[in-house]
Write a protein that binds this ligand. Structure first.
Ligand SMILES: [Zn+2]
Length: 412
């Protein structure tokens, strides 16, 4: 039975970690940044050295093909991959593992001449972490880009996507050309670190993802009345911030009590206007995020939270407005791919557990155009999006071998 080379995979993981490396460990490698573009060049060289046919599409996605030079509707390919961009002060495995284990799997198939009737390709999807637009490259590939928004997309610091991509030698307005021909993908499977504690705590080496959560972000704005913070009697105040604060606490309880048990919510952005200590806040603004793998539950929670916000606003005599910011639908993984991953793990003597992904991944976009699945390996301490994110090398080797045999099964 063919197996991956852990020393070769480890050497590539450590080599990629040098692009954007931070002095205290970890890495900052934002999409389209200089370290990211240097990593792209390195990755293309590694693909070539592994006997793959590399190419880059109009959205900056990097591909290494085995048995194909470009995606072709006439010869559907089995795809794997992930991303090589990172969050600021991120770890060395998020995304990198899926790309480099995919490269290693194809390298092994290439050098052993393992039979595969379908062509294979490994992809590194651009801007997965969303410095300019989350899951950008896979959205372009799957035909999901909002073309009209491309020229206004920008990072939190105001840098425009068109400028960042131009610096890296790409034309953002042409990114929609990256859309894959219909029928060009036979299946997609992505290996990723779990980024949470469930597998480690259960002592299970391989996670089989059933669904990826949908994420909904809404700006909720409570509009009251600015007043003198000293002279206005307490009972006459229409405080936009206190309404927002009450809503945040009650929405948290609502999601915990009325959600599926997998539902989570967060208020990570709060603005108070005018933000002066001697003025009663006229406005309190929140960004309300919710995640849940079941679309019906996510819809219901969104309706119930909106009704809650209206009740809070009414009682506090303020207005409330909702501005939807983004909404991704929950993505179920294909039962066929889940079964193949379980069979591959079983043949390697590895236990599996089905779970949902509470983080977004490129696989959720691929799930809309082909049979998609994900393989998780345990994250040490459940840590991710931080510099000490890590998994045991043995866990990485197991995940790589499950990926290899899943790809072979999908390609035959
Ligand atoms: Zn990732």
């Amino acid at each position: 039975m063919a197996t991956i080379s852990l020393p070769r995979l480890r050497a590539r993981i450590e080599a990629l970690a040098r692009f954007g490396a931070l002095p205290g460990g970890g890495v900052t490698r934002s999409a389209w940044s200089r370290p990211h573009e240097e990593a792209r060049t390195w990755l293309l060289d590694e693909m070539r050295a592994a006997g793959l046919e590399p190419w880059v599409d109009a959205a900056g996605n990097v591909f290494g093909g085995l048995g194909l030079r470009e995606l072709d509707a006439g010869r559907p390919a089995v795809l794997t991959g992930s991303h090589i961009d990172t969050v600021p002060e991120g770890g060395i495995l998020d995304g990198a593992l899926g790309v480099l284990a995919g490269l290693e799997a194809l390298h092994v198939i290439q050098e052993t001449g393992a039979a595969h009737t379908r062509p294979l390709a490994v992809a590194a999807w651009s801007d997965e972490e969303g410095r300019y637009g989350s899951l950008f490259g896979s959205r372009a590939f799957c035909g999901m880009l909002e073309v009209a928004r491309l020229s206004e997309m920008a990072a939190a610091d105001g840098e425009r996507l068109v400028d960042a991509m131009a610096r890296a030698g790409f034309d953002a307005l042409r990114a929609p050309e990256a859309q894959a021909p219909a029928g060009a993908c036979a299946a997609y499977v992505e290996l990723h670190i779990e980024q949470g504690p469930r597998l480690e705590e259960a002592g299970v080496p391989i996670g089989v993802v059933e669904a990826i959560v949908g994420v909904r972000r809404t700006r909720v704005i409570f509009i009251g009345q600015a007043d003198h913070a000293g002279t206005t009697p307490m009972e006459r105040r229409r405080d936009g911030f206190l309404a927002a604060a009450e809503f945040a606490l009650k929405a948290r309880d609502l999601v915990v009590k009325r959600g599926s048990g997998r539902s989570v919510t967060n208020f990570g952005v709060v603005h108070v206007h005018p933000g002066v200590s001697n003025i009663v806040p006229a406005r309190g603004e929140l960004v309300h995020e919710m995640r849940e793998p079941d679309p019906a539950v996510l819809d219901r929670l969104a309706r119930e939270c909106a009704a809650l916000a209206r009740r809070v606003a009414k009682r506090r005599q303020v207005q409330v407005e909702f501005r939807p910011l983004s909404a991704t639908a929950p993505a179920p993984c294909a039962p066929r791919v889940q079964a193949i991953i379980e069979t591959a793990a079983g043949e390697l003597g590895l236990g599996t557990q089905r779970l949902h992904s509470a983080a977004g991944h490129d696989a959720q976009n691929l799930a809309a155009i082909t049979d998609a699945g994900m393989i998780f390996i345990p994250s040490k301490g459940g840590r991710s999006h931080r510099v000490d994110e890590m998994s045991d090398w043995e866990a990485i080797e197991r995940g790589g071998n499950v990926l290899l045999h899943t790809l072979l099964a999908l390609a035959n």
